[in-house]
Design a protein around this ligand. Structure first.
Ligand code: B12
Length: 453
């Protein structure tokens, strides 16, 4: 087998977007899988130079055999542009597309949108991508038959699009940890965890994959399935130890929605941090209705360095919550938020305004509910119909829309109004509430608490 030179990257022109510039865990895990099977891999992500000229030079000088591009739906246009640039300087490079957009969309649609892409992957690609790379390196003739064995792969043969079913990795510990040497945390400009030390770098980490929730605006189950699979606490603590010792990480963002769902794993990880003197500030995500968070668990989390819980509450109207399939009532959630606060952990609560059927009154209920919470900060967005979601089905039916032009998709806007309020009115309300946060009106409501933006 000839060793292949592989570049994994996020689309070059999406770098201007206003999002946190975290190392990309998906690319990190894939890099480990590729390296383990003997190929030469590098990553270009949010720490890279956003200059197109620099990128062109990089591609020209390196002559990669394969470039793998991670595509979020908001990045479809940027990914197309990136592919065009690669093709212009390195026409023989094999281009593979993976990540949230292709995993949640119809394979034929993605192939139409990316005529210059050679292969597409759906779902977790640690198993399939190294096999495809091996296939490319051996340039087998009898392609379609071999390709049929690669889980999650989508490819063309003449006018036909073939697509294999993705498989979920049964034991996620088998794939180790992201290849941190290729994404050293100090090269990323990520803010620290509020309340954490003034020194050290920040890194993201995941403990679980999969989500059993059925929220109408989310299609994450199409990437990682509905069954929650957890890493072992030992593997997680080892990874945190490595980040701490080798990369001077003192701030940790635990990103997955399943972490707080499993009391045993939370307990073991917190005890591991304490036992190993890993003095690190971290935040994490509270699952759905926060039901799994007990007083004892929260106290242990606090003592192990947890500073903040991110909670996607989404709506302050019980009727809308039911409709969007969020578990838990506003009353239950309020009580849990109080419990979290009493344990000394901060709360950052996320809401969306303008769900299907939502009236002005319900939107106002959400805003009032949000500001009544004892939270450190609240954030408001607009629900966007991502591929694979029930929200998209609703929109398509309501507007008899056959196809959304993903190349024009804006994650901060919906292409059609979803709620009972006009788009103009909705954006006016959104602007107003954001101004309220910015100008510190919220500060008065949340007396005595620090606001984090
Ligand atoms: C954690 C998380 C984040 C973190 C990212 C952490 C990190 N540094 O990696 C933060 C907070 C930064 C984030 C931001 C956003 N996120 Co987010 N996020 C998630 C979440 C909850 C988990 C992602 C994760 O870590 N998965 C585990 C890793 C191992 O898997 P992975 O990254 O998907 O990679 C695997 C596969 O996708 C595939 N793969 C990935 N890349 C590639 C590339 C190639 C070439 C191949 C072959 C395969 C492949 O193989 C990987 C290994 O198994 C998901 C939900 C979910 N379950 O996917 C939403 C999710 C991915 N996010 C989503 C969105 C919308 C966003 C934002 C746009 C939100 C916003 N309004 O700003 C931003 C965009 C960020 C960006 N990079 O541009 C959507 C994406 C929908 C879509 N169709 O695009 C999801 C699915 C949630 C949802 N509600 O639907 N997010």
């Amino acid at each position: 087998m000839v060793r292949q030179k592989v570049l994994l990257m996020v689309p070059i022109t999406s770098l201007m977007n206003r999002i946190p510039r975290f190392p990309d865990l998906g690319l990190g895990y894939l890099a480990t899988a590729i390296k383990d099977s003997g190929d030469n891999v590098s990553i270009r992500s949010w720490n890279m130079n956003p200059s197109v000229r620099d990128f062109k030079r990089h591609i020209k000088e390196n002559r990669f055999d394969i470039v793998g591009i991670k595509v979020f739906t908001k990045d479809v246009a940027a990914a197309k542009k990136t592919i065009r640039i690669i093709r212009s300087v390195s026409p023989d490079t094999v281009i593979v597309i993976g990540g949230p957009h292709p995993s949640t969309s119809e394979p034929e649609e993605v192939m139409i949108d990316f005529p210059e892409g050679d292969f597409i992957f759906r779902g977790e690609a640690e198993i399939g991508l190294p096999v495809l790379i091996q296939h490319i390196s051996e340039s087998r003739k009898n392609s379609s038959e071999d390709l049929k064995e690669i889980p999650g792969l989508v490819w063309r043969e003449g006018d036909t699009v073939h697509s294999n079913l993705p498989i979920l990795i049964p034991d996620i510990d088998n794939f180790g940890m992201p290849l941190w040497d290729l994404m050293t945390p100090k090269t990323y400009k990520v803010p620290g965890i509020p309340g954490g030390p003034a020194h050290g770098y920040t890194a993201p980490i995941i403990v679980t994959r999969g989500c059993s929730s059925r929220c109408m605006y989310c299609a994450a189950h199409k990437i990682n399935g509905r069954k929650v699979r957890s890493r072992s606490a030992k593997a997680v603590v080892e990874e945190i130890g490595l980040l701490y010792d080798k990369y001077n990480v003192r701030h940790l963002a635990i990103m997955d929605t399943g972490f707080t769902q499993n009391e045993n794993i939370v307990t073991e990880i917190c005890e591991g941090l304490l036992k190993n003197n890993l003095n690190i500030a971290w935040d994490c995500v509270g699952y759905e209705d926060l039901a799994s968070l007990s007083e004892d668990m929260l106290k242990l989390m606090k003592s192990a360095g947890c500073k903040l819980l991110n909670v996607g509450i989404e709506s302050g109207s019980d009727m809308i919550r039911k409709q969007i399939k969020k578990q838990g009532t506003t009353k239950e959630i309020f009580k849990k938020i109080q419990l979290i606060k009493d344990a000394g952990i901060g709360i950052r609560a996320y809401f969306m305004l303008g769900f299907p059927g939502e009236t002005k009154k319900e939107i106002e209920d959400t805003i009032n509910y949000a500001f009544s919470l004892p939270a450190e900060s609240v954030q408001f967005d607009i629900p966007c119909p991502h591929p694979g979601t029930e929200l998209l089905d609703y929109l398509k039916e309501k507007y008899s829309a056959k196809r959304i032009d993903w190349g024009r998709f804006d994650v901060y806007k919906s292409p059609y109004p979803l709620s009972e309020v006009s788009s103009k009115e909705l954006y006016r309300m959104l602007k107003k509430v954001r101004r309220r946060i910015l100008f510190g009106l919220a500060r008065r409501k949340l007396t005595g608490l620090r606001i984090i933006y």
